[in-house]
Every structure is written in structure tokens, then in C-alpha cells.
Design a protein around this ligand. Structure first.
Ligand code: MF3
Ligand code: CO
Ligand code: CO
Length: 251
């Protein structure tokens, strides 16, 4: 069942989304060579608490930290850790989700550490663009699969691949609600978009030609590309409006 948010709920989603975006803006200048992902985690946890919110990832299905930090070939759900020190040339996705007044705001960006190879910088910028193509496909009355179709249409030309095992999701009082939002074209998303739906668009794109991923048997969370290639991701939480989409995770 896909819920339609009331105007009061939408107002709360706007506040949660704004705080999540402010958190990414806050952490960005700390994303530098020599910094550990645990340090980034701790700063984010403090910022979230100081703004009267809760870090949704912490203890979510047993996740042990407050944010996800996914470096290079890590696709998603990387666990912040004192041993993970950022190096020049790395790419790192920071995925933050806050709960404010009962509602979730979920957003992520891939940051570049120091000097990144041109082909990698292009890859990261194109992944962000792919997300925006997906968001631009959102219109009430259209099918949700237009999101995946738009991401796929743009991405295909570069020879990259779109991760299939992890998707966007409805969001509200719950971190993950219906519907699942695929970032490739599939009839499984033959769902009519309606004003008042809120969900994320968060394509994970692998630089190589394989969309396959694997999950760490050691920690049960860290998802990496099967072929070792780099992976990037950007995420916004959006609201379906009368004529398109409103990005809620904006400052
Ligand atoms: N923020 C992720 C998403 O976009 C979910 C992370 S779940 C966690 O859906 F448990 F790893 F935090
Ligand atoms: Co999400
Ligand atoms: Co997220």
C-alpha cells in the first residue's frame, strides 16, 4: 500500500528533508584526505542530535552506526570505522537519514577526495545527473517506471551499469515504505504516480559493465561491486506534486 501524505505530514517531511540536506552541507568540508569515516560519523551524529533529530540508520535492523560511508568499490551500506582513512583520489558516498518530529529525510552524495582521475570525476558527475533525470520523470498520472527508464536511458551511453538489488523506496513515518523504486526500466514499477506520494530516487551506478553486487559475509552490511569496479550514488527524497516533483532534501 502506497500512502498519500496529508499537508501536515508533507510539512514535516519538508523539515526532515531540509535537515538531512543541511547535514550533508555541514559534513562536506570535513571530507578530506586523512580523515576517518568514524570521525565523519561522529560529527554527523552530534549535528543530528543538536538539531533535535535522531539518526535513522543507528540500530536500524542492527546497523551499528549513524550514517553510511561507502568508499570506491563499496556500493552502499558501508559502516563507518576508525580504520577507514580517506586517501587522495577516493570517492565516498555519505548517506544520511534523519528522523525529525516522526518523519524521515534521506539523502546522499558522492564526494571526491583531493584530486580524482578525470574519468572518475566524470563518472561521479554523471551519476548525479542520472538521479536528476530520474527525478524529472516524476509526474502525477505517469507510471513510476518512467523514473527507471529515464535513469537507464541517460546512463547506457557511458557503458556503466545500474545496480538492481538495491532500490529507492517510499518514505515517511517509516524509513522504508512502499513502493520500491527501481532505477532501471521494469514493469514491476507499473504504478501510477499520485500527488502526495513521497519516495527516494537514489541510483547506485557501477562504473564497470556489471550491475552485480555482493554483501560482506564478515559484517553482513557492506555491499561491494562483484567486479571490483567503482560505484557512485546520489539520493534525494521527493514529493509528487500537482505537476512534477518537489525535492524535499534541499536546504
Ligand atoms: N539510507 C539508506 C537508503 O537510502 C538505507 C541505509 S539502511 C542502514 O535507503 F541500515 F544501512 F542504515
Ligand atoms: Co534511501
Ligand atoms: Co539513504
Amino acid at each position: 500500500m502506497i500512502g498519500i501524505k496529508t499537508s501536515e505530514e508533507i510539512e514535516k517531511m519538508r523539515k526532515a528533508g531540509k535537515l538531512a540536506a543541511q547535514l550533508l552541507d555541514y559534513i562536506e568540508p570535513f571530507v578530506q584526505e586523512g580523515v576517518t569515516t568514524l570521525y565523519l560519523n561522529d560529527l554527523c551524529a552530534i549535528f543530528t542530535k543538536m538539531h533535535g533529530a535522531v539518526s535513522a540508520p543507528l540500530n536500524y535492523r542492527g546497523f551499528p552506526k549513524s550514517i553510511c560511508t561507502s568508499i570506491n568499490n563499496v556500493v552502499c551500506h558501508g559502516i563507518p570505522c576508525a580504520d577507514d582513512v580517506l586517501k587522495n583520489g577516493d570517492i565516498i558516498n555519505i548517506d544520511v537519514t534523519v528522523i525529525l518530529d516522526g518523519f524521515h529525510g534521506d539523502t546522499s552524495r558522492t564526494f571526491m577526495v583531493g584530486n580524482v582521475e578525470n574519468r572518475v570525476a566524470d563518472f561521479v558527475r554523471r551519476t548525479e545527473k542520472a538521479m536528476y533525470h530520474g527525478i524529472e520523470a516524476v509526474k502525477p498520472g505517469k507510471y513510476l517506471y518512467e523514473v527507471g527508464r529515464a535513469v537507464e536511458k541517460y546512463t547506457a551511453q557511458f557503458g556503466y551499469s545500474i545496480v538492481r538489488d538495491y532500490t529507492g523506496h517510499g518514505i515517511g513515518r517509516n524509513f522504508h515504505e512502499d513502493p520500491q523504486v527501481f532505477h532501471h526500466y521494469t514493469r514491476a514499477n507499473k504504478i501510477r504516480l499520485q500527488k502526495g506520494m513521497t519516495f527516494t530516487v537514489e541510483p547506485m551506478i557501477n562504473m564497470g559493465s556489471s550491475y552485480k553486487v555482493k554483501t560482506s559475509r564478515k559484517d553482513g552490511w557492506t555491499v561491494t561491486t562483484a567486479d571490483g569496479s567503482l560505484s557512485a550514488q546520489f539520493e534525494h527524497t521527493i514529493l509528487v506534486t500537482a505537476d512534477g516533483a518537489e525535492i524535499l532534501t534541499r536546504v
